[in-house]
Design a protein around this ligand. Structure first.
Ligand code: AMP
Length: 177
């Protein structure tokens, strides 16, 4: 990515201290969404992370992953798959529970969304501890999908999230903090 693009993306992320609880610096992507040219740059750079590779489907993770993932899918001309928090998908699902810093979370995907051999790209706004992305990767594997990469707008590198995604997983992030 050229330095100018990096600077534009960086400037469009707002830090909100102590949200949703004390000690967390929340990376607010809504200013970026309000700037169409910067939003476009973010989508272009996310697509660039898998340049030249065959992708059949994009997975977006609930909820901000839907915003970026759906636009990436639309631009690439491939299908979009929502991975949702439990209880929202109406058809047959594959689900997985995983640990959060405090407590448990559960996400699910429609079983017929991924066919064996599908080449899948995961897109989300932010990689923190990696728990959510790791669970999503397990869902892709269970349904026989081939994970090409996981691409994030932001990575909080001090949380080492990419380490729990597995050595065989290619991880890309546009902005690192
Ligand atoms: P994790 O499972 O810890 O990698 O967290 C992943 C999800 O939590 C991401 O999809 C983010 O949307 C959200 N998240 C975690 N930490 C932050 C943060 N500091 N700022 C904004 N979003 C966050």
């Amino acid at each position: 990515m050229n330095p100018e693009t990096l600077e534009q993306l960086n400037a469009a992320i707002r830090d909100i201290p102590d949200f949703p609880k004390e000690g967390i610096v929340f990376k607010d992507i809504t200013p970026l969404l309000l700037q169409p040219e910067v939003f476009k740059l973010a989508i272009r750079e996310l697509i660039q992370t898998v340049d030249g590779q065959k992708i059949d489907k994009i997975i977006g993770i609930d909820a901000r992953g839907f915003i970026f993932g759906a636009v990436v899918a639309h631009e690439m001309g491939v299908g979009f798959i929502p991975v949702r928090k439990i209880g929202k998908l109406p058809h047959l699902t594959e689900s997985i529970s995983y640990s959060l810093e405090y407590g448990e979370a559960e996400i699910e995907v429609h079983r017929d969304a991924i066919s064996p051999g599908d080449r899948v790209l995961i897109v989300d706004d932010l990689l923190a501890t990696g728990g959510t992305a790791a669970a999503t990767i397990q869902l892709v594997k269970r349904l026989g999908g081939h994970l090409v990469a996981a691409s994030f707008l932001i990575e909080l590198t001090f949380l080492n999230g990419r380490d729990i995604l597995g050595e065989d997983v290619t991880v890309h992030s546009l902005l690192s903090y």
